[in-house]
Ligand binder design. Structure first.
Ligand SMILES: [Zn+2]
Length: 454
């Protein structure tokens, strides 16, 4: 039954400025909901980076992808992408459990349990990777993995392996590698043990809610025993996680609950609860329920407590943007970007708000920040679209065509990418940098089409 979820979920993506309201992204017509959120991604990297480094991976090239899904699961796909379902994150009780899950997935990456991503996947956006991953869901829905395998080609095979799940031997080796990476950082593997035991204890809950993780990562008593034996002999078996990481975990859970279960969040985090996490969850829940005034008031209170928190400024900006206060939103985003200039999604949100002011005096600033965003997130289609809008307001047809070409390429819509890039070539000055890049887009799109057909 969980297999069908891949088919019937709409292909929805969170725009960076709009983590709450999902945005239709087109593509294969079926798909996953991915949550892009600077703060959550930062915390997940804080948890995972030591492990990634010990595994010999560059932490900047590992993507930790948050999938909005009530089914508890985690998997790796498309090279160095670790997918964590929101249900799994929410099911962890503390930071070390989440670190344990991430370390296990890292064990799969480091062990080469997946084929390398194709060149098309390397250049594609996460969105495009997911739509490749999703072809697999369609095949699996037939109920016969072998029948499905026959129709899967190219990059989809990569995901196929992760979706079908690993063998018990591979699971054991991913656990062992994950625990080695944690030991190397003096992190206790007890979190992994706790999480596996929790899954084992879940056997009484409805099958469709708990089995997915166990299907992709077969869970056996042998496996739990091996992890327990390691924890008991490791000198770091009882090493505590830093207070800072535990706080990040608590905040992450509060934020997710505010977004995903606003009514439950308002009950769980009582009105009188003075803790910042509780107030944060409530602010998000009010915002999710459309109660913008309460949400802004709550954020103003939180900003008094943590005036340099970029995520608080970001959320306030988002609430203001969605309630039509574009200039005030831009002001909040400006503060967020000045506190965290390297975060591409914040730069994109700021640039987008500036474009939406429709103030010609702010257009250059908008273009500047959207370009800064693309340094960090070069394949984010929505940013290219905002940039196209900005160039449209600046009356540059050539740049509009060029940006739409980049956008289409990032979405892996190769036909549209070629069409827009060819138009850009006609309009832009011969030999200019953007004209040269338009030529590259045409080449890349052709190459991607050839890869697909071969
Ligand atoms: Zn596994």
């Amino acid at each position: 039954m969980p297999r069908f979820l891949f088919l019937f979920l709409l292909l929805l993506f969170m725009a960076p400025h709009d983590a709450a309201r999902a945005q239709e992204s087109g593509g294969s017509g079926s798909g996953l909901t991915v949550i892009r959120d600077v703060e959550i991604e930062k915390y997940l990297h804080d948890f995972g980076n030591p492990v990634f480094i010990s595994a010999g991976l560059n932490p900047n090239s590992v993507k930790v992808v948050i999938v909005r899904d009530p089914v508890l699961n985690a998997y790796v796909a498309g090279g160095q992408n670790i997918f964590l379902h929101t249900a799994l994150i929410q099911a962890t009780d503390n930071a070390r459990q989440l670190i344990g899950v991430i370390a296990h997935e890292t064990g799969h990456i480091a062990g080469g349990h997946l084929a390398r991503g194709s060149s098309a996947m390397k250049n594609a956006s996460l969105q495009a990777i997911l739509s490749m991953v999703l072809g697999v869901g369609a095949a699996l829905a037939s109920g016969d993995p072998n029948a499905g395998a026959a129709v899967i080609t190219g990059g989809q095979q990569i995901a196929m392996r992760s979706m079908l799940g690993f063998t018990r031997v591979i699971e054991g080796s991913a656990d062992a590698a994950g625990m080695r990476f944690m030991d190397a950082n003096k992190i206790s593997s007890r979190g992994l043990l706790e999480f596996l035991e929790k899954l084992g204890a879940q056997e009484v809950t409805p099958v469709d809610r708990q089995v997915e993780y166990a299907r992709t990562h077969p869970l056996t008593q042998d496996r739990i025993d091996a992890v327990r034996a390691h924890v008991e002999q490791s000198p770091y078996g009882d090493a505590p996680v830093s207070a800072q990481l535990e706080e990040a975990h608590a905040r992450l859970k509060a934020k997710l609950m505010g977004y995903l279960q606003p009514d439950a969040a308002l009950l769980r985090y009582a009105e009188k609860d003075p803790r910042i996490n509780a107030r944060y969850a409530r602010a998000i829940a009010h915002y999710q329920k459309g109660d913008m005034d309460q949400a802004v008031a709550q954020m103003n209170g939180l900003l008094k407590e943590e005036p340099s928190n970029p995520y608080f400024h970001e959320l306030k900006g988002q609430i203001l943007f969605e309630s039509g206060h574009i200039r005030e939103a831009a002001d909040s985003y400006r503060k967020a970007t000045s506190l965290m200039p390297e975060a591409g999604l914040l730069q994109a949100a700021y640039g987008h708000a500036l474009v939406e002011t429709h103030d010609p005096a702010l257009l250059d600033e908008a273009v500047n920040h959207l370009n800064l965003s693309l340094r960090d997130e070069p394949h984010e289609p929505s940013t290219w679209r905002f940039l196209a809008t900005a160039w449209g307001e600046k009356k540059s047809e050539g740049m509009v065509a060029y940006c739409l070409g980049e956008e289409a390429l990032a979405r892996a819509d190769n036909g549209a990418a070629r069409k827009w890039a060819e138009r850009a070539l006609k309009l832009l000055p011969k030999g200019s940098p953007y004209a040269l890049r338009a030529q590259d887009i045409i080449k890349e799109a052709r190459q991607n089409e050839d890869d697909k057909n071969s």
